[in-house]
Design a protein around this ligand. Structure first.
Ligand code: HEC
Length: 396
């Protein structure tokens, strides 16, 4: 668990975000699923074709009044380059095949983790243009300078998030776990917790949009708590990469203004690194903390036998949303992660006939040491089975 974490670059307002420290690059929507490679044949571009996530405020959104920081920024970059921007919204699994076939593509992707560990084949990355991190959300004037300052506070964290793990592997914290940002904010409102450690961009945006800036949102640093983002460009367009890079440098003041507009926390970050207190017991702490689900294989086989051969469209849609709300931060939208071990479209080719069984065991018991949370006892069993049915629809 030594690598810095680039995970959380999605807005993550639903629980289980992010990732546990050391996992590189999770969440990110799945650059692999981007049709970036698809369009090498495009004639010398007059428009800048930008791929982005259609539903990822405060970063990007295809509809509505707020387009998100990435999209506002893409417009400004387009202006600098003298290229009107066309958007390729990234894509649900229904559309994906169609997209592949029609070879739609884009020139730039806004945005990916800048960390060198986060490699995506076929892509170049600009320099980073923005810091993103978790944040401590609480009443104005609260003073948190170190991890120890959290000890006498009731701390809200989201299930599966790096802050949850941080508090779990260190002794003496009073952590309460929530599934969504909404629940954490509600608990703050009701004074059931003193501070919540939430994904900064989302919490900041909610604070501006819903709470009239009533909360103090202070960025935090420490392993797994944040990183930087960059724009990705197709490998065969190094000149475009240079141009976008320069535009991003020139646009720094505008980027700061956009971060302010969307409520991204901008104060000096507080360092909650636990480096000097991660004790011997720290190593297994996260695993110990996670409840082990009591499901075994034979029980699973019975359950599979019980599964309706085909679930209703409604349940399938619900399972898809569940997946995309809870799992996509680490596995990509619809399971299409650019990181092979997390690409859930490969389950069947990987485990053949046993794939559903492996999936069920992994989901219910987790692989905590590798960063896969334990969902048994968290997500109802029939929902887990429906999620597996949904995953069946994305197998290749
Ligand atoms: C915090 C990040 C994270 C979240 C959230 C998460 N996973 Fe995972 N998951 C992982 C990682 C990391 C692995 C890969 C572990 C490994 O390398 O074996 C994994 C592995 C898996 C596997 C096994 C893949 C394989 O090929 O062996 C399945 C199935 C899976 N996850 C399903 C889910 C589902 C369903 C959800 C949502 C309910 C979910 N995961 C949420 C991080 C996450």
């Amino acid at each position: 668990m030594s690598k810095s974490l680039n995970d959380l670059f999605r807005s993550n307002r639903q629980g289980a975000l992010g990732s546990i420290s050391g996992l590189v690059g999770a969440l990110l929507l799945t650059a692999a699923a981007l049709p970036l490679h698809a369009q090498a044949q495009a004639a010398s571009p007059t428009h800048l074709r930008v791929c982005s996530d259609p539903d990822n405020l405060p970063f990007s959104k295809s509809e509505g009044p707020d387009k998100g920081l990435y999209i506002d920024l893409a417009e400004k970059v387009g202006q600098r380059l003298g290229m009107p921007v066309d958007y390729v919204w990234w894509l649900t699994f229904n559309q994906r095949r169609a997209m592949r076939n029609s070879m739609a593509g884009c020139d730039a992707y806004f945005a990916l983790p800048a960390d060198a560990d986060y490699k995506v084949r076929g892509l170049l990355k600009t320099s980073s243009f923005l810091n993103v991190s978790y944040a401590a959300v609480g009443a104005p004037g609260q003073s948190i300078h170190t991890l120890t300052d959290l000890k006498n506070k009731r701390v809200g964290v989201l299930f599966g998030s790096p802050p949850q793990i941080l508090l779990a592997v260190n002794e003496g914290f009073n952590a309460q776990t929530f599934r969504t940002h909404e629940q954490a904010f509600e608990a703050l409102n009701k004074h059931e917790i003193d501070v919540a450690l939430l994904w900064g961009p989302s919490a900041g945006y909610d604070n501006v949009k819903q709470f009239n800036n009533q909360w103090q949102v202070t960025p935090i640093t420490g392993e797994g708590m944040g990183g930087q983002v960059a724009v990705a460009v197709q490998k065969d367009q190094p000149e475009l990469k240079e141009k976008i890079d320069q535009a991003l440098k020139d646009l720094q003041p505008e980027i700061a203004a956009l971060a302010k507009k969307y409520g991204f926390p901008s104060q000096l970050p507080v360092n909650l690194s636990s480096a000097n207190r991660a004790s011997e017991s720290g190593k297994n702490g996260a695993a110990d903390h996670v409840v082990t689900a009591a499901n075994n294989t034979s029980k699973f086989m019975r359950q599979v036998a019980d599964m309706p051969a085909k679930i209703s469209d409604e349940s399938l849609q619900a399972a898809k949303s569940r997946f995309n709300n809870t799992c996509s931060h680490c596995h990509g939208a619809n399971g299409a992660s650019p990181i092979s071990e997390r690409d859930l479209r490969k389950l069947k080719s990987r485990y053949k006939d046993q794939w559903q069984e492996v999936a069920y065991t992994t989901i219910t018991k987790g692989r905590p040491e590798l960063g896969m949370p334990t969902w048994g006892g968290v997500i109802p069993d029939d929902e887990i089975k429906n999620v597996i049915q949904f995953l069946a629809t994305v197998q290749r």
